[in-house]
Design a protein around this ligand. Sequence first.
Ligand code: F6P
Length: 363
Amino acid sequence: GKGLAVFTSGGDSQGMNAAVRSVVRMGIYLGAKVYFIREGYQGMVDGGDNIEEANWSSVSSIIHKGGTIIGSARCMDFKQREGRLKAAFNLISRGITNLVVIGGDGSLTGANLFRQEWSSLLDELLKTNKITKDQREKYKYLHIAGMVGSIDNDFCGTDMTIGTDSALHRIIEAIDAIVSTAYSHQRTFIMEVMGRHCGYLAVVTALASEADFVFIPEAPPSVDWKNKLCNKLEQERKSGQRLNIIIVAEGAIDREGKPITAELVKKVVVDNLQQDTRITVLGHVQRGGSPSAFDRILGCRMGAEAVMALMEATPETEPCVVSLDGNQAVRLPLMECVRRTKAVSQAMADKNWDLAVQLRGRS
Ligand code: F6P
């Protein structure tokens, strides 16, 4: 059977285990020899026990667990050709030429580069007698299928990344808890949520929790935001609301690109309205805990599709990313999605907010 390996890379997210489980079982079902690579790209570079054959039962009882049982890392070695050469050798010595990578855009870009270099890496291994001519011929094609595991929902091409739904569950639960205490004391709470440079978690959270104001990176507020914020909070209090909730995305910025932090927002509220104000930074709680039903099923579906893509691959097949599009599992060209994702960051760097919102909306 074909040699296939699965690994998780970058920040963990809920539902990664469901995806790993699905890859292992679908792979075995379709006759592949399936391996885990532990600790992401680092495990691929280091080899040894990090690359281990998986069997049907090695993925039992993991679907309900948060994080990733095979570990994840942000790896520097793989960024160097030397590291990628070691990784190629470790894969070839086990007959692995099919990779399923579960991670964010950085991890997927790394996989694409690896594939582009594959041929020259193999040539170098042959020249230095690390592999035989037969191996060079037998393993000349590397196939890659990616899926996006991230709580941020920051990847173009997929409706939802694996982990986002669970993170939202965690955030909403926390806000509901905050609301009851805020109500009792007539307080204003500023909640900072994750998402890096993506405002998705913040926007959805604000809508679902009936927040009064939200700050996100893609659509910085107008220059008079401090007045607008204070007027809005005041107006809600006057109409009988006992509390205010403000959601700040961790990457929120103003129109000049300067951070709008929870501290800054608090200062504006306290200085102008003298409201009793507290900050809650949810942090990694958002990335932990058990995956929601949605993320479990999403991981299962994406994992199965990724394996099928690899099993059907021909030498010409380009790396794909498996995505959710209108509740359908689809295969999209990996680099096209990465390019579109980077275009959002570029639009934000160019302070072209209309474009940033438009591109994000399409993602
Ligand atoms: O990408 C997921 C994420 O949780 C972001 O929302 C956040 O900015 C970042 O990772 C935190 O990274 P770390 O876990 O390395 O602190």
